[in-house]
Design a binder for this molecule. Structure first.
Ligand code: SF4
Length: 362
């Protein structure tokens, strides 16, 4: 069966396929010129490059997120095309059969996807055993042999997410690679959970160019993590006006800036304001929840409690500001005038990506 016959059999037309490729290349910020190259890379992907998908200390949310997209289903396209040889949650096999599938994929030129954090050292290994083996041992074994590693979600990325904030000695994949002296290229795709578009876009880039996309200092693709959420926030106008939500029950404040409710948008690099979850159904701030900063390595340990007012705000370009002072000066009636305007304008002029380090291509 030819590659496109395979897609047709799955109800995916060439038109749908090309639309997906065009959307993905656009999301990556690549010119239209690259669409045929990306399409050809995906066609090649139909030959099923193997993927080993490991899960450590996690909630399976990234898997849920990746397979929760609608038609034309990028998950179906990519998951089928990539031939996931081993995935504890979605694979049909179990026990010895799945172990054999894992061992057989290890012998190939595979891409390793890691979901979930990992115990940092032997003394914590008991917190994450899979198939009677410490997850850390499996991760190190697979990481040494993989052609590239994609760490998905906040837990597997540098911040290690919620498990990393607990007494379980959990760290992200990067830390395991560093301590084990493994130099396999690592791409971090944080967020809790990862968005399917981020995962698919990264895979398409990797298949097209055979290397990681341009990354920042936290190994995140700049295409998806290159802008401050605060710069694109739908509530930004209220921030500029000094209108901060202080009472959840006041309907007049419903759309106000959530900074005094713990919003981490000014410290968080992500495309969440432009690309939403669940087929663009919604994202946190639009649903009335402050940003918890889940794409940053400071999540969850340093950014919690998530919904409580932070005593000190760090505003890029301005520095540390006391929350009560901001509330009194910007949120107060008198301050909606000149004082607030000056502070907000100064902030808006400086809350840019200038402090967002870029890393050389891998
Ligand atoms: Fe939006 Fe949060 Fe910035 Fe307010 S502080 S404008 S809610 S990102």
């Amino acid at each position: 069966m030819g590659n496109f016959d395979l897609l047709k059999a799955k109800g995916v037309s060439r038109r749908d396929f090309m639309k997906l490729v065009a959307a993905t290349t656009a999301a990556l910020g690549l010119p239209e010129l690259f669409v045929p190259q990306a399409a050809s890379a995906l066609e090649q992907a139909l030959k099923k490059p193997p993927v080993i998908w490991l899960e450590g200390m996690d909630c399976t949310g990234c898997t849920e997120s990746a397979i929760a997209t609608l038609n034309p289903s990028p998950a179906e396209l990519v998951l089928d095309m990539l031939s996931i040889r081993y995935h504890e949650t979605i694979m049909a096999g179990s026990g010895q059969t799945s172990e054999e599938a894992y061992q057989s994929a290890l012998k190939e030129n595979f891409v390793l996807i890691v979901e979930g954090a990992c115990p940092a050292k032997e003394e914590y290994d008991r917190f994450c055993m899979v198939g009677g083996k410490p997850f850390r041992t499996t991760l190190i074994e697979a990481a040494r042999k993989a052609q590239a590693i994609i760490a998905i979600g906040s837990c597997a990325s540098e911040g290690a997410g919620i498990p990393g904030a607990c007494a379980s000695g959990a760290v992200g994949v990067g830390e395991i690679l560093r301590t084990a002296g493994i130099s396999t290229p690592l791409i971090n795709l944080p967020c809790c959970p990862v968005k399917p578009t981020t995962l698919i876009g990264t895979i398409v880039y990797y298949l097209t160019y055979h290397k990681a996309p341009p990354l920042d200092s936290q190994n995140r693709p700049l295409a998806f993590y290159g802008t401050l959420l605060h710069d694109n926030c739908p509530r930004r106008g209220h921030f500029e006006n000094g209108e901060f939500l202080t009472d959840w029950n006041d309907p007049l404040q419903k759309q106000y800036c959530l900074m005094l409710k713990g919003c981490k948008g000014p410290q968080t690099y992500t495309d969440c304001a432009q690309v939403w979850w669940n087929d663009n159904a919604n994202f946190c701030i639009n649903a009335g929840s402050p940003c918890s900063g889940c794409s940053e390595k400071s999540f969850y340990k340093e950014f919690s409690p998530l919904y409580a007012k932070q005593e000190m705000f760090k505003l890029p370009g301005i520095g540390q500001i006391n929350a009560d002072t901001v509330g009194a000066v910007i949120g107060g009636a008198a301050a909606v005038g000149l004082g607030a305007h000056l502070i907000a304008t100064a902030a808006s002029g400086r809350l840019s990506s200038k402090d967002h380090d870029r890393k050389e291509d891998m």
